[in-house]
Design a protein around this ligand. Structure first.
Ligand code: SLL
Length: 170
């Protein structure tokens, strides 16, 4: 296997979460009555796909990502959630914010080590004063969904020739 020395190639991603307050009906249907929010944590492409009407996020990362493992808070059953195909995301309900560990494993052709990202699951809206005060649920509902996303670039230095071909062919 031949490396292309001196070359760097990157793929833009976004990772983070959206969260919504559960409606009283939704709370009733749960086995955990203390849960207040539903949320989705995800890793998506930040590149827009020219073949799609949807800009950003519509792109499939599985041509170079083999697996994403989301490690949730220990209060969750099956704390480590493995996702082997897109969309690389986990949806859950809960009551609290916590740090999510995101491990991204690349296709074997890459010869690359897995990378670790950390995302603070955000449930509560930021207020204008920047105070970390949790609003009452009826107020939070009026704010609407909370979005917390980060842009990042996965950089591959001196990539293997065949991995480079896979990346650029896409
Ligand atoms: C906090 N340090 O105290 C954080 C921990 C844990 C959140 C938050 C659900 C667990 C379940 C859940 O929301 N855990 O499945 O019951 O705020």
């Amino acid at each position: 296997r031949v490396r292309v020395r001196g070359l760097s190639i990157f793929r833009p991603i976004i990772y983070g979460n959206t969260a919504t307050v559960l409606t009283p009906k939704e709370r009733e249907s749960l086995s955990s009555p203390d849960h207040t929010h539903k949320w989705t944590v995800a890793v998506r492409s930040a590149a827009s796909n020219p073949n799609s009407d949807i800009v950003g996020g519509a792109d499939d990362l599985s041509y170079f990502i083999k697996r994403v493992v989301f490690k949730l808070h220990e209060t969750y059953p099956n704390q480590s959630r493995t996702v082997d195909k897109p969309p690389f995301e986990v949806s859950e309900t809960g009551w609290g914010e916590f740090e999510i560990q995101i491990r991204i494993t690349f296709i074997s052709e890459s010869g690359e080590k897995a990378i670790l990202l950390y995302h603070h699951l955000k449930l509560h809206p930021w207020n204008a004063t920047g105070e970390a005060e949790i609003p009452p649920l009826d107020v939070a509902i009026k704010y609407g969904p909370v979005h917390s996303w980060q842009y990042d670039e996965i950089v591959f230095n001196d990539p293997f020739q065949n991995f480079l071909s896979i990346l650029t062919a896409h």
